[in-house]
Design a protein around this ligand. Structure first.
Ligand code: SAM
Length: 289
């Protein structure tokens, strides 16, 4: 059979959206990618291999899902909007290695889902999601008991700049600290607003965070360390000492002892601290308990 006899995945997606008279829901951030060449470029940059199992979050019309199916071993796609079911059925017809699950990824037990779908071989995440849930989903994915080996995700340009920032920089924040504790972020591609249908009001970056093979720090109490990363940036103009008092209910003397044990200046600000320094503070708090 000639290669022209099979419609491209892009054509299938566009036809299915028309056929089922699908109307994008703005509140679900439904800005779709409907260019096969752009998605191929993004997936090339993500360097997925035929052995990879992929959790795709928010498949939308399923074009990226279909292209992932052609590149990877298995794909589990989690979509919130049931209205996309007939579209996804058409676009993914014949993709035997894809399983679509309808549900809210923010409420899902992702570790359990990934384990039952992929076993313990590991998996990667690929997502083009509404930007208002980006931070929540990234924090959830990076703190999972069964975490992905990497997360390739579309984010707003400004969010990419924050995630990529370093200690001491203006943009260094709790989100960057937590995500970089999980892995190393890098920008894979710049994606202009016009690449989406309909176009959003912002420019985007497709980024990948590769999980560290060896943890960059090993706090005694990981939950406390995560709490500390959030507390350190809670009130940006306050010193770390003030943030510690507020977040951990420590008195002046206890805070002084913690900072001394961590080898830090009592006037230090949380947003200037590296992971090593934050870890020393968390361990000093843990030692007091
Ligand atoms: N990945 C598709 C693409 O690139 O064309 C669709 C991207 S669109 C920006 C985001 C998709 O995420 C939509 O299909 C939307 O319905 C879905 N979505 C929104 N919130 C979700 C949630 N909490 N859980 C799962 N999917 C969600």
């Amino acid at each position: 059979m000639s290669e022209y006899a099979t419609p491209s995945a892009e054509l299938r997606a566009r036809v299915a959206l028309e056929k089922h008279r699908f109307r994008n829901t703005h509140s679900l951030g439904q800005n779709f990618l409907l260019s096969e060449s752009l998605i191929d470029h993004l997936l090339d940059a993500a360097a997925l291999s035929p052995e990879d199992c992929v959790l795709e979050i928010g498949p939308g019309a399923g074009l990226m899902t279909a292209l992932l199916a052609g590149r990877c071993r298995r794909v589990l796609a989690v979509e919130l909007d049931r209205g996309l079911e007939p579209v996804l059925q058409d676009v993914l017809e014949g993709c035997e290695n894809v399983h679509v699950h309808f549900g809210d990824i923010l409420k899902a037990d992702i570790s359990a889902m990934a384990r039952s779908e992929f076993g313990s071989d590991g998996y990667r995440v690929v997502a083009n999601l509404p930007y208002y849930i980006t931070a929540d989903i990234l924090l959830k994915l990076t703190a999972l008991e069964y975490p992905p080996a990497s997360i390739a995700i579309m984010v707003q340009k400004e969010a990419a700049e924050r995630i990529m920032s370093s200690p001491g920089e203006k943009q260094w924040c709790a989100l960057a600290a937590e995500l970089q504790y999980y892995g190393k972020p890098r920008v894979l591609a710049e994606v202009p607003a016009g690449a989406f249908d309909p176009p959003p009001h912002v420019d985007s970056r497709f980024i990948c965070i590769d999980r560290h093979e060896t943890p960059i720090v090993t706090p005694v109490d990981e939950q406390l360390f995560r709490r500390l990363m959030r507390a350190a940036f809670a009130m940006r103009r306050k010193t770390l000492a003030n943030n510690l008092k507020a977040a951990f209910g420590l008195n002046q003397q206890a805070v002084k002892a913690v900072l001394e044990a961590a080898g830090l200046d009592p006037r230090v600000r949380g947003e200037s601290l590296t992971h090593e320094e934050l870890c020393r503070v968390a361990d000093a708090i843990a030692a007091m308990a």
